[in-house]
Write a protein that binds this ligand. Sequence first.
Ligand code: NAD
Length: 363
Amino acid sequence: MAKEKTEVSEKRIVVLEGDGIGLEVVREGVRFLKAIQDRLPFRLKFDRFPIGGRCLRKEGLPILPQTIESCQDSDAVLLGAVGDPRFDDNPPHLRPEKALLDLRASLGTYCNLRPAKIYPALYPASSLKNELVAGMDLLVVRELTGGIYFGQPSLRQNGPEGRSALDTMIYSEMEVARIARWAFRMAGARRGKVTSVDKANVLKSSQLWREVVGEIAEEFPEVALEHMLVDNCAMQLTRRPTQFDVILTGNMFGDILSDEASAITGSIGLLPSASLGDGAPLYEPVHGSAPDIAGQDKANPIAMIGAIAMMFQFTFGLPELARDIEKSIEVTLEKGFHTPDLALPGGQLVTTEEMTDRILEGL
Ligand code: NAD
């Protein structure tokens, strides 16, 4: 009798380590994924490519076209971080960070989700007083492929008044509407409130943003909408961060506000992000390549492991596994294991690798 063949499906993950601590946290991320392979209903396959400063040194470009193609064909992309001070004086198209912009644009990942939640064990690590941060749990929904980071023209010139430089802040109705729908859907599954952040008292692009967000809100009557100016939001985040559920905002404001939110949670090394849209999804920590601690086994891998949890939630349809990973991170921190960025009194200092091991043990 012919033996029935059971096909185990495969998911191909493109791994882009990048620079600095990107290498260390991605190494841990891949080790983490391999360690939990048995819990997955599919086989994981990894393909690696250089990106950022390492790619510049090897290939003369921040990212190669074949890397972008491979990412487009993948099930998900796992990215560390790019950035190398040796290239700080390069022209913009030859800087490591250009790789990120090209990747996001070519994958069409216009929706960047950045959860910022305070773990009870880390109240003392927050930049705010315990009573202000207790219960903080917000999600920044940041538009990622438009706005001032991509607007054209963007140039420098010399004129009668000396040097000048120009960037263009532009948003179309379509771009605002599609990111707003993401924010309302996410809020519907959370605490039902969207705070849309703009600078509508000054900027035309923000006035359009506010108008379109208001129109899209009508499709989601179960979600409450408030508008807030970005300067006020920056202040409110430090005054009472618990007032926020979902913060919906554009590319540059989201970049800045999510870093502010990270300081409140204790360390930027804790914050994961998912970039979703038309093509393959991109999962990465919020932090950069941290040249000050690179190669010292000090990097906190929690942001990367949190990004992997988001990958199971949003791309691979395994929300229970995502919750288990998040729970294990929480318990590991409650037990007092800290990488040096947290280093609270009474805690036990661990390396990047040891932190990953503790989280794996808790699963
Ligand atoms: P950064 O996020 O790299 O570091 C800021 C501070 O946070 C540093 O003190 C660093 O040691 C600390 N830190 C960051 N991640 C940490 C972690 N996982 N564990 C412990 N501590 C951590 O920001 P920066 O110093 O402004 O930028 C460094 C480089 O990274 C620059 O070249 C910048 O352009 C680039 N960058 C890249 C990305 C990205 O790849 N997504 C994001 C931000 C910055």
